[in-house]
Design a protein around this ligand. Sequence first.
Ligand SMILES: [Zn+2]
Length: 185
Amino acid sequence: MNFCSHCAGRVSLRIPPGDRLPRFVCEACGTVHYENPRIVAGCIPEWEGRVLLCRRAIEPRRGLWTLPAGFMEKGESADEAAARETFEEAQARVEVLGLYTLYNLPHISQVYLMYRARLLDGVFAAGEETLEADLFDESMVPWDDIAFPTVRETLMHFFADRRRGRFDVRTGTIGPAPWQRPPAP
Ligand SMILES: [Zn+2]
């Protein structure tokens, strides 16, 4: 960040009084521009026992399979974001059933929220950012071509929990251990 989004003055990176981390602070109006983690919300959409996956048409991991998910927009709830992303990426309308996983990815400052969901009518198609969408039985999931570790882990837990007939919310942290991360800016 070079300029203040409030007054267009120049910003500098420094630790404001009473704070403990460097922030972009406007030299002109004094506004402190905080940067906080972003939330990714998505669905595990089910239809007749199969799970809807999308093959990515965009980088990163173009050509690999993922669950529909994306960054929350301002003004929406996390479950609304999950349903919206499912429609945008897989053209599928879903009923969001409940939170299933919360994964922290501190090395990239993101939090993933994945919801269980049910397709309303079994209709789906590739959205703008998707090469193809398809429904998979557990035995047909392309495990070697899953785009992200969070998605792989979510799917593995989902099928295991479905077999035992109980879905508890799962939480975890994925990514490099703290001592492997670069120092905070
Ligand atoms: Zn300013």
